[in-house]
Design a protein around this ligand. Sequence first.
Ligand code: M6R
Length: 366
Amino acid sequence: SKGGYDHFMLKEIHEQPNGVKETLLRRLNDDGEIQLDDIKMTKEDLEKINRVYIVACGTAYHAGIVGKFAIEKFAKIPVITDIASEFRYSNPFIDENTLLILVSQSGETADTLAALRDAKSKGARILSVTNVVGSSIARESDDVFYTWAGPEISVASTKAYTTQLVSFYMIALDFAIKKGTITREYYNEMIEKLKEMPEKVEKALEQEDYINNVVAKELREASSAFYLGRGLDYNLAMEGALKIKEISYIHAEAFAAGELKHGTIALIEKGTPVIAIATQEELFEKMVSNMAEVRARGAYVIAIAQEKNKEVEKSADKVIYIPNVEDILSSILTVLPLQLLSYYVAVQRGCDVDKPRNLAKSVTVE
Ligand code: M6R
């Protein structure tokens, strides 16, 4: 049942504080250390790995890109991300020293499963991050990390994504401490920061009324919208654009903000809605100048930024704030206003949110 909400999507958006908490707490032992019961990789196994691929589709693929950032930052192993339907035909370098990480809410996505089988036959070790116990992808993997999102009914994936991010942070920290690429002190500090996330997720969701009543109406009449970001936020721009296309049928595109001058800026005219994601402390100034650039050409800028960065208001028409957070962990929070914005724009446009046209929850054909 929808538990009092109008749609499964909204119910699932609100289940995220709990999903994040469950995924995290079930993997912390009494000493506050990460314990990955279904991942049997030892220090020796990890030392053998010289290449990691993360492969998935759609929203799960976007979670995989955050996974790449986390594994490279903490565990210092190079990671290549790819879309499952492209991966198999791209001559990937796979041998016994390869780790393939698959991400799939359903555990049944045909292209992701085919990528798994292909890599397995070439000797790769297979680790999957999935929400469904006993799914095909879980059964055929060497190691599994289960997200504790609970069943996801809405076609648009929300709580699966945030729990996939928690999974990646934990996998990356576990690999890192085993490999010795981070100190025990830093490891403990990051775990403490992760423990603060459920509360921050709750707090970020408090922007709901503002998004519904103030921000969504700036987008609902639009025929197209652009999402901009840098670093991790570019990836979040892709996720935000996917979500709005999928349920509200507005044409949306994501761009790396630094690419603007290389062609994209030609698309900006008076009134073009631009969702500018500026949550990365390190890239904040650069994003603000990109916002000023598009605004000077008439764009209507809706920014997403950390609470502490109030100066963003000078360069935006509307700002949605998320709680202050470490750059690497920001995506768990940044995605929330993007989900809510897509949801309310779709509702205001009269779209069938839980059953968007032409789509199925689980894509079991290639
Ligand atoms: O079940 P999976 O995670 O393997 O599904 C992957 C994609 O089909 C899925 O994330 C899709 O992109 C969502 N509908 C996006 O909201």
